[in-house]
Ligand binder design. Structure first.
Ligand SMILES: *Cc1c(COP(=O)(O)O)cnc(C)c1O
Length: 804
């Protein structure tokens, strides 16, 4: 790779500016500077990108294909600069040209091609794969419109379309030459060939072109550039237009085709029973598999014999699980492989990651939907199901009565998680507790059948983006203290444990946090008009809005504090700023009401002079990767308060821990693993345990009403919700959900324990040195949650791939 120096980069920026815009840098807009810098970075990456691709072609190593309906990659200019070793040089060059580098990087639009944790995980994994020299690529969809942009109007969420391609996206490369033709719908039937074998005849299918757009994934300081390939749906040809009517129906048709990659479904955790969603899923998997097989044959003497030894496909949740019957279809119908051979290959290739046990998120499609859209695939799913049920009946008599609960097709539904488990050699959960729950509760029948398939891979985050890039001051302090080793081996952050009593270091740590908080306070003031005290505790809950994540519990605690302060003007509490950011799915009424509630409370609390600034509540709009990067380095308290057993892992918890926030959380998801590392003294744990939640599910015995009657604090808050909080707006639905629906997420049950633990947080913050020492312990143990560790575990435990 070209190693740029400042002396070389400055003239390169000047001459590229001349060439592209016919301008001097001095007269250029900041957007033009961004364009020019991106061009130069792209050219630099390009060299290693072709080198890496050539290497894969020549060495023909086993490769992993990560299939995901979502990739939440965030901005790429700064991360590409960081990973390609140009960051410092570029910062310096831009500064000396009179530009603020941060302002330049902010010109980039954050592509919202994912909803939340699942899509962000996929992006972290690609970064780690490339940075660890692994041959691995992402495959997804180039949605024309990503996740909606959230605006708050009068405290309500309003959704605007995310028109992210309005300006050309500098990091993608259209590869029209590698477009793949794919087919939907029509009819399929079997016909005997002359030799007696069966051929599948397809008639009247709709044909669509899948055009790949490739995005380079730059490894950290290692010259590796892998690929994220995003497919775009286009009409096959618009050239032949026989007559006017045909022309218009063609236009209609083109519109329908473009819709396939038109928009990302904005729902994080409930299944969307929509034909278009199935079409999108099939579009991703058929295009990807067809291209993989074509490429594979080209580099392997037109033979698929070694396919299963050279290819492993990780499916990110069930969304891409149609890939299993689709690979069978290609092998059977196009490659004329026998069923048994094809099935042996297929089940050697696929590995499935489960992300949730919430029943409303488990994908099920009505058989008629699959039949009409994918008639041949349906026949194959039926056959897979038939054989699967046969096997249980014959070989596992003790599971016979479980067949209705295990069958892939049952009650006129195709159960995608069951298909994924049957068709994969590996099934993994995303944190220890989650994997245990899968094995012993939610998928225990399948665990009884295939115990060897189940394994855990606790999620991770890339420390390059979430520490080095988002919090460069902290990264520098760490390097000054323990050297640079931690960058390549993040587990070595534990060397910081020697410094938990080191006064000068703790002071510097405190200064950096204060600096980050001041920057966030400025941003809050600038974007919302709210003035917050940067010395107050920054208490942060940022994540999708969902009942199980319990933003409601958090805001009820704020109401409780407000009530206390109103009652007793002399009451001393450590000043706090409660910071929220969250998008609600547009159709998720309850979640939207919680957003309105938070904003109503914010308006009342922030304006009340009696509170004397001891409390502030801020809701920042349009939560996305870029906003997360602004907030996380400034967090003191990381709110991870899901109902135990519901949050499969969480990754926001890891990002904040890595930036020195202390977790206030339930024993759920990866919080449990955080607690095991940092020990109870350095984390605030409260609330029901997962076993207790399951115990209530099994035996009943929870009465929200009883708590409501016996706890005066709760009683008062609920009446405030029902009767119009502080005389403004009422939240009857929340009131009824908590009482009539018996509080399905145990908000009232955990309230007391939460309030008590919040008091411990308040007291702990009064001792800055101790607090900073706890903060350092958290940073020191956060290396375990680098996605480098996760990817290393996938690579050796599931994928069996080797480093370049
Ligand atoms: C990390 C991240 C998430 C996941 O947060 P959780 O707290 O684990 O739910 C969601 N959205 C964005 C933008 C993120 O960066």
């Amino acid at each position: 790779m070209t190693k740029w120096t400042v002396e070389e980069l400055i003239p390169a920026i000047r001459s590229t500016m001349e060439r592209t815009y016919n301008k001097s840098v001095e007269s250029a807009s900041i957007q033009e500077v961004f364009d020019v810098v991106s061009t130069i970075v792209n050219q630099t990456i390009e060299v290693n990108w072709s080198k890496t691709n050539n290497h894969y072609r020549e060495k023909n190593p086993k490769q992993v294909y990560y299939l995901s309906m979502e990739f939440l990659i965030g901005r790429l200019l700064d991360s590409n600069l960081l990973n390609s070793g140009m960051w410092d040089v570029c910062n310096e060059a831009l500064t000396s040209l009179g530009f603020d580098p941060i302002e330049v990087y902010r010109q980039e639009r954050d592509p919202g091609l994912g909803n939340g944790g699942l899509g962000r995980l996929a992006a972290c994994f690609l970064d780690s794969l490339a940075s660890l020299n692994y041959p691995g690529h992402g495959y997804g969809i180039r949605y024309r419109y990503g996740l909606f942009e959230q605006r708050l109007i009068n405290g309500y969420q309003v959704e605007l379309p995310d028109d992210w391609l309005i300006k050309p996206y500098p990091w993608e490369k259209r590869r029209a030459d590698e477009a793949i033709q794919i087919e939907f719908g029509g009819k399929a039937y079997l016909q005997q060939r002359a030799d007696g074998s069966l051929a599948c005849i397809y008639e009247q299918t709709d044909k669509v072109l899948a055009v790949p757009y490739d995005i380079p994934i730059v490894g950290y300081h290692n010259e590796v550039v892998n690929t994220l390939r995003l497919w775009s749906a286009e009409p096959i040809s618009t050239k032949d237009r026989p007559d006017r009517d045909a022309h218009y129906s063609q236009l209609d048709n083109n519109h329908a085709i473009e819709q396939i990659s038109g928009i990302l479904y904005p729902d994080d955790s409930s299944e969307q029973g929509k034909m278009l969603r199935i079409k999108q899923q099939y579009f991703l998997v058929t295009a990807t598999l067809k291209q993989m097989i074509k490429d594979f044959k080209a580099t392997n003497q037109q033979s698929l014999v070694d396919f299963a030894d050279k290819v492993v496909i990780q499916i990110n949740d069930t969304h891409p699980s149609l890939a299993i019957p689709e690979l069978m279809r290609i092998l059977l119908d196009e490659e004329r492989v026998d069923w048994d051979v094809a099935w042996a290959m297929t089940t050697k290739v696929f590995a499935y990651t489960n992300h949730t046990i919430m029943s409303e998120a488990l994908e099920k499609w009505h058989v008629n939907q699959i039949k009409s859209l994918l008639p041949r695939l349906y026949m194959i799913i039926e056959e897979i199901n038939e054989r699967f049920c046969q096997t249980i009946w014959q070989d596992y008599p003790h599971l016979r009565e479980r067949i209705p609960a295990m069958a892939i097709i049952a009650d006129e539904q195709v159960h995608m998680a069951r298909l994924a488990m049957v068709g994969s050699f590996s099934v993994n959960g995303v944190a220890k507790l989650h994997t245990e729950i899968i094995k012993t509760e939610e998928m225990k029948d399948f665990y009884a059948l295939y115990p060897e398939r189940f394994n855990n891979k606790t999620n991770g985050i890339t420390h390059r983006r979430w520490l080095m890039m988002a919090n460069p001051r902290l990264a520098q302090l760490i390097t000054n203290t323990i050297g640079t080793q931690w960058i390549k081996r993040p587990r070595e952050l534990t060397h910081l444990l020697r410094y938990t009593k080191d006064q000068p270091l703790l002071e510097k740590l405190g200064e950096i946090k204060q600096h980050n908080k001041q920057k966030l306070a400025d941003f809050i003031h600038h974007s919302t008009g709210i003035l917050v005290d940067s010395q107050s505790i920054f208490d942060v809950q940022i994540k999708r809005l969902h009942e199980y994540k319990r933003q409601l519990l958090n805001i009820m605690h704020v109401i409780y504090l407000y009530n206390e302060l109103k009652e007793n003007r002399q009451l001393e509490i450590t000043p706090r700023t409660f910071i929220f950011a969250a998008k609600a799915a547009p159709s998720y009424y309850f979640a939207k009401e919680v957003i309105k509630l938070i904003n109503t409370v914010a308006a009342v609390v922030n304006a009340d002079a009696d509170i004397k600034g001891k409390l502030k509540v801020v809701f920042l709009e349009n939560y996305n990767v870029t906003l997360a990067e602004r907030i996380i380095p400034a967090a003191d308290v990381s709110e991870q308060i899901s109902t135990a057993s519901k949050e499969a892992s969480g990754t926001g918890n890891m990002k904040m821990m890595m930036n020195g926030a202390l977790t206030l959380g339930t024993l759920d998801g990866a919080n449990i693993e955080i607690e095991q590392l940092v020990k109870p003294a350095n984390i605030f744990i409260f609330g029901l345990r997962a076993e207790e939640v399951y115990d209530y599910y099994r035996n009943g015995g929870y009465s929200a009403h009883e708590i409501y009657q016996n706890d005066e604090r709760i009683n008062r808050i609920l009446h405030q919700l029902r009767d119009g909080l502080f005389g403004q707006q009422n939240f009857e639905n929340i009131y009824y959900q908590l009482l009539s629906a018996n509080d399905p997420y145990f908000v009232l049950k955990d309230f007391d324990s939460y309030v008590e633990t919040q008091q411990l947080v308040d007291q702990a913050y009064q001792q800055p040195n101790k607090w900073l020492s706890k903060s350092l312990v958290n940073i020191a143990h956060s290396g375990k949650f680098s996605s480098d560790r996760t990817i290393q575990e996938y690579a050796t435990g599931i994928w069996k791939i080797e480093k370049l």
